[in-house]
Design a protein around this ligand. Structure first.
Ligand code: S3P
Length: 171
């Protein structure tokens, strides 16, 4: 039979806390592709945590660094890439994603995500605010962009394995 098309990078997009990193790591194992986490790469490049970057340089500098890291990762060989929740807000990143990657929007109920992110205190956008409110605001501006993804997968609570199966099946 015909050769399968060459594998492209698979980029997971979606709100913080939806499970991009855990689904991404499992998917990478399944597909025998390297895994990269955008947030971790930004922290390594800056030598600081994301919270420290926000605090010392502000969100604008963080976004500029995020776009540089996304460019480097997307211009490289195929990987599974968990993007930061805000990465798709950058027009150049969006163009690169379209050109170089198969994109998957991981989507979950906002209440479920709010529950999950409330258990950790590492995200500067949530600092001292009601997660549900923040997420509702982010969803309003970002869902139209996430919806440009090639594939949308709903992740209910504890169903990361099913999300991996769905992506594996569809892509
Ligand atoms: C952000 C999401 C975070 C991280 C930063 C900003 C956002 O990534 O990049 O805190 O703007 O939604 P995760 O989606 O991996 O939590």
């Amino acid at each position: 039979r015909a050769n399968p098309p060459p594998r492209r990078t698979i980029a997971l997009v979606g709100l913080m806390g939806v499970g991009k990193s855990s689904v991404g790591r499992r998917l990478a194992n399944r597909l025998k592709l390297p895994f990269a986490d955008g947030d971790v790469e930004i922290e390594a490049a800056a030598g600081m945590t994301i919270a420290e970057i926000f605090a010392s340089m502000g969100e604008g500098e963080f976004r500029a660094g995020e776009a540089r890291v996304m460019r480097r990762l997307l211009e490289g060989p195929p990987i599974v890439l968990a993007t930061g929740g805000g990465a798709m807000m950058n027009a150049e990143t969006r163009a690169l994603l379209r050109e170089r990657a198969d994109t998957v929007w991981l989507r979950a109920d906002l209440g479920v995500i709010a529950e999950r992110v409330a258990r950790r205190d590492t995200r500067p956008l949530l600092r001292g605010r009601d997660p549900r409110e923040v997420l509702t605001g982010l969803a309003e501006t970002r869902y139209p962009l996430y919806a440009e993804a090639d594939l949308t997968v709903d992740v209910g609570e504890g169903s990361h394995g099913q999300a991996v199966d769905a992506i594996h099946r569809e892509l």
